[in-house]
Design a protein around this ligand. Structure first.
Ligand code: IMP
Length: 435
């Protein structure tokens, strides 16, 4: 077990939407810095404080704490228009008004209008075979990063260089949009004018966040790394190709934040008490029936970014154990256990069988994963309302047994239990910062 409690990583263990934003907001109370290290505004982190809801897509979920510095690391892809408007609405409410309270890595790649156009046009063209992306240009922006033609936040500081690269890239992207995707070309002057407007207020945020974070961590600041999406959407370890275009796990923190791997401390993995996924792709424990429907209704399972209904199903402990292993999870947060109230018998998937009926591991292809049969273990449900519980002992025996079984199957302790959207509805059994 990792004993460095100066830094904590919060990572998703399923297909996203586990409630990472709420937990990061809660833990940010004890943190000096909150860092996003991958993904972009495909994320939608919902925070509810005293009944007031804030949805953040790019700004780290520490934004509501006055003394917390928020950092957008170099591994994030940033849509300047989205960042500018998110920042403006937070500032209008009195958050992030201090200079230096939000920093943007000079190495963060920008999501540009042609990335969004390509993402959306490709999805339209794919029709039924679509990935179900958020349409925010995430994949095309990461493609350009790795093709070494991306434009980074730091490039905005050299106006002539930025304009020249934009012109060159747009010519190439327009050719692709027109010839391959049958779309209209984007107009250079309009694209530039849009970017000039959205980036004007962002220039002052651009910084060498890698050095700054190294210094902060080594001088004893408490740092929280906020994952977006989750391991089953990881471009390497998820249900490829129905994944996002970044590495989403603990392994991405060092590269995405620009810090030494040894500076990553305790890892808190977040899982719902059941499973959801948005977008296409295999989902072995999906419930296409009234139980799944009741999870969606009770749990408010509609995307924070796109509003799409989420697919719902039983907890899949096979995938959970895989995500715990790859992320090096030290402790779990189990969210939304209150949503299961009233379901008489609960199922947990503890294994898979292949089409021949033989026990099997998680297959690496989606075609094979589509065909596995989940093996279920049944557990007794409960009827009591969990919302008012102040400690684990206040939970009904069946709910405690359910949590204990998750611990056994995941092989790590449950550190935090979330019983509702509000910050106050949380049982912190073991604080990851050790406070
Ligand atoms: P992209 O990240 O927009 O390219 O979308 C790729 C896949 O990841 C799609 O299935 C999306 O629905 C899913 N996805 C991306 N971000 C999130 C998220 O924050 N929560 C849940 N699913 C996400």
């Amino acid at each position: 077990m990792n004993i460095n409690t100066n830094s904590v990583a919060v990572v998703g263990l399923q297909w996203g939407d586990e409630g990472k934003g709420k937990i990061v907001d809660l833990l940010a109370e004890a943190a000096d810095v909150v860092v996003r290290f991958q993904g972009g505004n495909n994320a939608g982190h919902t925070l509810v404080v005293d009944g007031e809801q804030t949805v953040l897509h790019l700004v780290p979920s520490g934004a509501l704490h006055a003394d917390t510095t928020c950092v957008i690391g170099g591994g994030v892809v940033v849509d300047p228009g989205v960042l500018a408007s998110e920042l403006a609405s937070l500032r209008a409410r009195g958050y992030l008004v201090e200079p230096g309270s939000l920093m943007l890595s000079q190495e963060a790649h920008l999501i540009l209008p042609y990335h969004k156009a390509i993402d959306q046009a490709r999805e339209r063209k794919r029709g039924k075979g679509k990935i179900g992306t958020t349409g925010r240009g995430i994949g095309p922006a990461y493609e350009d990063k790795f093709a070494r033609i991306g434009i980074r936040a730091g490039d905005l500081l050299d106006r002539d260089g930025f304009v020249a690269r934009l012109r060159e890239n747009l010519a190439e992207k327009n050719a692709y949009l027109e010839a391959m995707l049958g779309e209209g070309a984007l107009d250079f002057d309009s694209v530039l004018a849009e970017l000039d407007e959205s980036t004007a207020g962002l220039l002052e945020l651009v910084a060498d966040t890698s050095s700054w974070l190294d210094e902060a961590t080594r001088s004893g600041s408490k740092v929280l790394f906020e994952g977006a999406q989750a391991l089953m959407l990881d471009v390497d370890h998820g249900t490829y190709p129905f994944v996002t275009s970044s590495n989403t796990g603990t392994g991405a923190i060092a590269t995405g934040a620009g810090i030494a791997p040894s500076l990553v401390g305790r890892v808190l993995g977040i899982t719902k008490a059941y499973t959801t996924r948005v977008g296409s792709g295999p989902f072995p424990t999906e419930l296409d029936n009234e139980v799944g429907e009741s999870m969606r209704e009770t749990g408010g399972e509609f995307g924070a970014t796109t509003g799409r209904p989420r697919r719902c199903g039983w907890l899949d402990a096979v995938l959970l154990a895989k995500a715990v292993r790859i992320n090096g999870v030290d402790g779990l947060t189990v969210t939304k256990i209150d949503v299961l109230t009233g379901i008489e018998t609960l199922n947990i998937c503890t294994g898979y069988r292949d089409p021949a009926g033989e026990p099997c591991d998680v297959p690496s292809t989606v075609a094979a994963l589509e065909l596995v049969e989940p093996v279920y273990e049944q557990m007794q449900g409960w009827d009591e309302d969990l919302g008012a519980a102040q400690s684990l002992d206040d939970l009904p025996r069946a709910a405690r047994a359910y949590l204990a079984r998750i611990e056994e199957l995941a092989g790590v302790p449950v550190d935090v239990v979330s019983l509702g959207q509000d910050r106050s509805r949380t049982l912190v059994l073991e604080h990851p910062f050790g406070v």
